[in-house]
Design a protein around this ligand. Structure first.
Ligand SMILES: NC(=O)c1ccc[n+]([C@@H]2O[C@H](COP(=O)([O-])OP(=O)(O)OC[C@H]3O[C@@H](n4cnc5c(N)ncnc54)[C@H](O)[C@@H]3O)[C@@H](O)[C@H]2O)c1
Length: 380
């Protein structure tokens, strides 16, 4: 998110905090402002109007509590929290404090997904009947700390990656999932958390969706997206297998955690930039087909493909000047113009509930009814 926050003229970065000193030092160099010593101090900072919480999942709820206590608006990363109790606590704390609570970024913000949603809402293609979504990545072989490989502490693809895919599919399918039947895979004993899932979702409308994710991918499904990566970047084919190669140079959990830390913002191996890279297309989360009565819709990095009765055409969508501008559009309009957020606490709680239902269905071998489902734009 940093290139987005750094380059959108509606955002002024006034302070930050991180227990890692190199991250704070880099932030101070990049933005010419001072970091503070704790999340508590950041939330109490008189110049701070809103806080972006991008700490590990398990800390989101307590960090929202601190922001709410100081009346600061919050954008909190996905997944919203690890339990539905924490999600509910966050929703209630935000409501009591009268602050905006938006959960994101998730890829359901992407402009081609939003365009598909608008076109479905217009009714021109009839009802949504079926959705297919899949993604093959090397997610499980990126460097992790031990808790990120423990499902009970929020590890694995159901918390980190399903949050994107389920958000997209719920948005396009009408939000209200009535039943889930799922399998999950935890196939690498050295990385003992879920790296894959497949689930069949039933919607209240009668539509159904098949969602699959593999973080064990030797295949990279970005190849089916024109070799455009998740962040809208053209991928270098020579990078194939890079995550596994990098990981193979570490020999224990401490070395792996050190590798992750070294690649963080401001650390020794950090090679990022706060600039928006040139030539980005739209972000995506893998191949996706939405079948309606009179058309199949495919959001892509270039726009929205519409295969209808008499036409097959790409509706191009121009990339925005700043990547993920859609996220700031929604947050800014909520904070400044008090407009409702689509990616609200109740919306994100429903997505978290669906991730948990997939885990439960896979464990029990039974269909599960996910809790707290809501339609898009349900009142908070
Ligand atoms: N939307 C997306 O596409 C996307 C992508 C990556 C990560 N994320 C989300 O962002 C969050 C962070 O993920 P990450 O992989 O960057 O995690 P991370 O483990 O690198 O931690 C993020 C930062 O939080 C800091 N931190 C740790 N404990 C803290 C504390 N007690 N107080 C303040 N700061 C603390 C760390 O030092 C680190 O700089 C997760 O919830 C993740 O799901 C979202």
């Amino acid at each position: 998110m940093l290139p987005t926050l750094a380059n959108d003229p509606r955002i002024e970065l006034v302070s930050a905090t991180d227990p890692q000193a190199p991250a704070c030092a880099q932030f101070e160099r990049d933005f010419g402002v001072s970091c503070v010593e704790s999340v508590q101090a950041l939330c109490a900072h008189p110049d701070v109007q809103a806080v972006y919480i991008a700490t590990p999942h398990a800390l989101h709820a307590s960090h929202l509590d601190m922001a709410a206590a100081h009346g600061k608006h919050v954008m909190v990363e996905k997944p919203m929290a690890l339990s539905l109790q924490d999600c509910t606590r966050m929703i209630e704390a935000a409501k009591r404090a009268g602050i905006v609570l938006m959960v994101g970024h998730s890829h359901s913000f992407n402009a081609p997904i939003a365009r598909a949603h608008q076109r479905i809402q217009s009714g021109e293609f009839g009802a949504v009947r079926m959705i297919q979504a899949l993604n093959y990545t090397d997610f499980l072989y990126r460097p992790r700390r031990p808790e990120e490989l423990d499902t009970a502490q929020g590890g694995g693809v159901l918390f980190s990656q399903a949050a994107h895919q389920l958000d997209i599919v719920r948005l396009l399918g009408g939000g209200l999932v009535t039943q889930v039947m799922a399998h999950t895979g935890a196939w690498d004993p050295e990385r003992p958390t879920e790296g894959a899932y497949s689930a069949l979702l039933s919607f209240a409308s009668g539509a159904f969706a098949s969602v699959s994710y593999s973080g064990y991918g030797h295949f990279d499904s970005d190849q089916w997206m024109g070799n455009i990566g998740e962040l809208g970047q053209v991928k270098n084919p020579n990078d194939h297998g890079a995550a596994r190669r990098r990981l193979s140079q570490t020999h224990n959990a401490e070395q792996e955690a050190a590798l992750k830390a070294a690649r963080n913002y401001g650390a020794a191996q950090w090679s990022g930039s706060t600039a928006t890279p040139a030539g980005l297309l739209h972000q995506h989360f893998g191949p996706l087909v939405v079948s309606c009565d009179r058309a199949d819709l495919r959001p892509t990095p270039h726009g929205l493909w519409v295969d209808g009765d008499g036409q097959s055409a790409l509706e191009p969508i121009a990339p925005t000047a700043v990547a993920r501008q859609e996220v700031i559009d929604e947050f800014y309009n909520a904070v400044i113009h008090r407009q409702p957020v689509l990616h609200s606490g109740v919306w994100a709680r429903a997505t978290t509930a669906l991730s948990l239902a997939i885990l439960k269905s896979a464990q029990s071998g039974q269909p599960v009814v996910p809790e707290f489902q809501v339609a898009p734009n349900a009142s908070v």
